[in-house]
Design a protein around this ligand. Structure first.
Ligand SMILES: O=C(O)CCC(=O)C(=O)O
Length: 257
């Protein structure tokens, strides 16, 4: 799927867009699964607007924005577990992370037409810091994404700056890091954007008449341990490829109630 020059690109720039990781049928299965999750959430009265709040947009704009965002999608539908361990994903992950790759968590991010939510520029590091910084997001595109429907944007090479101060630990100062300064990652359905958790990224609102659906899987090296107990997600630590070299540390250090 990828070549050594792509691995070099990832190491240098902190991100890599890989075309055609999932075929049309696989994309369709995930789209249908996303739709069913939205319907089940509504039926279960568990629907909520997951749009980020803050001072990065004027309040009257912000209050109109909507994100259908749910975590742990692989606990809701098998389509996502199949995608998490898809042979193409395992092939790419083992080249950019290493031979032993673990799942950390999964989520879906559906930006509806006209008023789909924005993400101010941020690093994912403050949400789940780890020692060796192997953690990355694989954002699977289920629709064509461009600047109009709020595609992901990244700042190439920003992973080399290390951890930066976030406003209330959520996002970077939006005046210093406006979304427009990010490189737009224009992608087709089936393409996957891989980006390190130190890479600065974000996205504009969806102002188009098209939905922007993505599912995001977060992965890491099995020998990269959390430095703070700040994040728990179901399924974290599942082996995606390779083996776990740490026999006594195979499960996260949390009490399950
Ligand atoms: O999908 C997007 O536009 C941004 C998602 C994101 O930045 C995140 O979930 O941390």
């Amino acid at each position: 799927m990828i070549e050594p020059k792509d691995v070099d690109f990832y190491k240098e720039n902190g991100y890599l867009l890989v075309k055609g990781v999932f075929n049309q049928q696989e994309v369709e299965e995930m789209r249908e699964a996303v739709e069913r999750i939205i319907q089940r959430a509504a039926k279960s009265k568990a629907d909520a607007n997951a749009a980020w709040q803050g001072d990065f947009l004027p309040p009257e704009q912000l209050k109109k924005l909507v994100l259908k965002g749910f975590h742990d999608v692989h606990y809701h539908d098998a389509a996502f577990m199949q995608a998490i361990v898809h042979p193409n994903m395992r092939n790419i992950l083992s080249q950019i992370i290493g031979p032993n790759v673990q799942l950390h968590h999964s989520k879906m991010l559906v930006k509806p037409p006209e008023n789909g939510a924005a993400f101010p520029m941020h690093q994912d590091y403050p949400y789940f810091p780890h020692a060796n910084h192997t953690m990355l997001a694989a954002s699977v595109h289920l629709d064509y994404a461009d600047e109009e429907n709020g595609c992901l944007r990244v700042i190439p090479g920003s992973h080399k700056e290390g951890s930066l101060p976030h406003v209330g630990s959520y996002y970077l100062n939006h005046k210093e890091y406006p979304t427009k300064d990010g490189t737009p990652c224009i992608a087709d359905a089936g393409d996957v954007l891989f980006f390190n958790y130190l890479t600065i990224h974000g996205s504009d609102p969806n102002r188009s008449s098209r939905t922007r659906r993505n599912v995001l899987f977060q992965y890491k090296d099995a020998s990269d341990f959390p430095t703070e107990n700040v994040h728990f997600d179901w399924g974290m630590g599942l082996m995606v490829t390779g083996e776990n070299p740490h026999f006594t540390k195979v499960k996260p250090n949390y009490t399950i109630i």
